[in-house]
Design a binder for this molecule. Sequence first.
Ligand SMILES: *[C@@H]1O[C@H](CO)[C@@H](O)[C@H](O)[C@H]1NC(C)=O
Ligand SMILES: *[C@@H]1O[C@H](CO)[C@@H](O)[C@H](O)[C@H]1NC(C)=O
Ligand SMILES: *[C@@H]1O[C@H](CO)[C@@H](O)[C@H](O)[C@H]1NC(C)=O
Ligand SMILES: *[C@@H]1O[C@H](CO)[C@@H](O)[C@H](O)[C@H]1NC(C)=O
Ligand SMILES: *[C@@H]1O[C@H](CO)[C@@H](O)[C@H](O)[C@H]1NC(C)=O
Ligand SMILES: *[C@@H]1O[C@H](CO)[C@@H](O)[C@H](O)[C@H]1NC(C)=O
Ligand SMILES: *[C@@H]1O[C@H](CO)[C@@H](O)[C@H](O)[C@H]1NC(C)=O
Ligand SMILES: *[C@@H]1O[C@H](CO)[C@@H](O)[C@H](O)[C@H]1NC(C)=O
Length: 612
Amino acid sequence: MFSDSLKLLFTVAPFAAVTATTIADIQGTRFTSSYAGKNVTGVTGVITAKGNSGFYLSGEPSDDIRVSNGLYVYGSTSAVVGDNISLGGKVSNYRSSSYPSYMYLVELTSPSNITIISSGNEVTPVVLGEDRSPPTQYLSALDTGSDGWLSVPNNVSQVSVRNPELEPAKYGMDFWKSLDAQLVVIPHPVALNFDNSYGEFWVRGDWEVTGLNGRGGLTLTFGEDGIPDANPEAIIVGSPLDGTKNPEVAVGTGISNITGIISYQFGFYTVLPLTAPTVVSTPDPTVPATTLRVSTDNACSLTLGDYNVENLAPDSDHLGSIADHIANHLLSPDFMFVQEIQDNSGPTDDGTVSANITLATLSAAIADAGGVTYNFTEISPEDGKDGGQPGGNIRVAYLYNPEKLTLAPGKAGLATEAVNVTADANGLPTLSLNPGRIAPDSSAWVSSRKPLAAEWITASGDKLFTINVHFSSKGGSTSNHGDLRPPVNSPVAQRTTQVKAVAALVQSILDIDPKANIIVSGDFNEYTQTRSVLASLNAIMTEIDEAAGIDEVERYTYVYDQNTQQLDHIFISPGLAARGVEAEHIHVNNWAPSYDDRISDHDPTVGKVLVC
Ligand SMILES: *[C@@H]1O[C@H](CO)[C@@H](O)[C@H](O)[C@H]1NC(C)=O
Ligand SMILES: *[C@@H]1O[C@H](CO)[C@@H](O)[C@H](O)[C@H]1NC(C)=O
Ligand SMILES: *[C@@H]1O[C@H](CO)[C@@H](O)[C@H](O)[C@H]1NC(C)=O
Ligand SMILES: *[C@@H]1O[C@H](CO)[C@@H](O)[C@H](O)[C@H]1NC(C)=O
Ligand SMILES: *[C@@H]1O[C@H](CO)[C@@H](O)[C@H](O)[C@H]1NC(C)=O
Ligand SMILES: *[C@@H]1O[C@H](CO)[C@@H](O)[C@H](O)[C@H]1NC(C)=O
Ligand SMILES: *[C@@H]1O[C@H](CO)[C@@H](O)[C@H](O)[C@H]1NC(C)=O
Ligand SMILES: *[C@@H]1O[C@H](CO)[C@@H](O)[C@H](O)[C@H]1NC(C)=O
């Protein structure tokens, strides 16, 4: 009682140094330290590791699970690992940058009066999965809203402002903060993505996880309570403290035990290994071809493919590999939704907008690789108006097998002409332009790809409507371990409007024929779990994964940070859903043995539908 009030007296007095402060006192039960800006003396702890600009201390453990007994000291010392030292210094809540959304780290700066008390002390690391285990669903108590960390509006509050009491059993950020600067063991780590250009990669350890897929990654899913699961049980592995280099990894690579320090850097809670771990197991690099084939005796049966081919130009090095994927992994679907087709001059900014040479080159390469000879259709955008790599004029396009379907007769639209839906002589829906772009002058599409609608006549004589989309990318979004809660999902309002514009065209077809065959497919740059964005389309169509009953953890086409995730979606109309569908994601890229072996950042998808 007495010592508590005495401490309080000292901490509030700006002129006095606080004496005999413990690391636990400095860390406290929240994200930032109440001692920030104050000088402390008589802090004791054993040096657990040294880094380039500082060292880590382990003080007396606290009984309170929220309180870390680790502390980073910014400064140098001649004392060595294993030395129990006493020192003074100034407590600081530090972040290298407020952009993009970094959290504060508690540290001791200007260390002074460093005295060695004893040497050769061993610090027992916290074995994660044995002593402590991370929670598996939520990141932060501040992520309120029905979509959890994916809720809108974004950036409703900031951790640094609210500075909540830590709840490490429930929230991942709180869990990792409660271990700040402590020495831990991550047993049997498995990589969850590729190593980045700094040699960092995400892992899960030998503890309970949710969202585990067959490859070993963690998929973004819904939790049991229906709120999105952010996979907070994963952590990123930073550069080893001894200057050694992390190994090259891929999704599912097994790694040797990591002993390291928990820290926060570049927007994420991070483990800094004392020394680099090694690879102990490598997943099978074989990617089987799709099992979906067309029924040759049934003209109603069609296969479709969807593939973001990543900035494809006629002279792209990866064109042959893309063609091989389409011919030999997707097995030449009857029609393909492709995204990121560049104009005939690629990224050269020379006013070229047509992509007919890009598409003809791709089509020829697919035929050379043993696939079908595709015809194609596109509408060239206005120069420089649709975003993406400067000069590339990326757009969406269709490849189609002319023996299985042809474009319905009609006039092709121009870049600025809006397609609409009318009833034909038989009272069936028809597009005013074929193909045609959806509301190209709408503000929804500023610096973004306009969706391409097309009307087809199948070999069975049925009508099929398709809309190929590539919505605004997530560039400018903030870290899922960041200060802004929920994290900024950029540009979520624009993407929501884009989905609504597509849903409106679908609705105008359904208004005329509720049983119409309609497929909306492409790169949505959004997760199924961000329900607010996809709501307008979900209200009138079904995602093919759902209709086909694909296991939730196997629904992914992309890997980013700790999550395998689905950015690419195929939505089908009620008429198609009623007849039954099949679908498979073909992981030609996210199962690559290394980042450099990846051909595109997205995996393609194959589906099979019955149009009659
Ligand atoms: C903290 O210590 C530094 C360096 O010894 C000194 O310059 C500063 O005045 C002290 N601040 C307070 C609040 O005691
Ligand atoms: C380090 O020294 C302090 C102060 O004497 C002591 O309380 C603490 O138990 C020591 N730690 C270890 C691991 O010996
Ligand atoms: C330096 O540390 C020693 C040992 O903890 C302590 O006795 C002394 O008071 C400290 N001196 C200052 C100026 O803080
Ligand atoms: C987040 O919200 C804060 C407080 O309203 C504001 O200062 C900041 O600019 C916002 N940041 C972003 C990226 O929206
Ligand atoms: C990895 O860590 C676990 C948990 O501490 C331990 O049981 C196992 O023996 C360790 N493996 C190696 C190779 O050190
Ligand atoms: C591309 O379009 C131009 C202009 O319409 C035409 O002259 C050329 O033959 C086309 N090339 C291919 C490969 O389709
Ligand atoms: C291929 O597409 C072009 C341009 O749309 C069209 O003129 C041609 O008839 C199509 N070929 C076949 C076989 O459908
Ligand atoms: C639909 O498009 C056609 C052809 O562009 C145009 O003549 C017609 O006015 C449009 N109808 C509506 C309702 O916009």
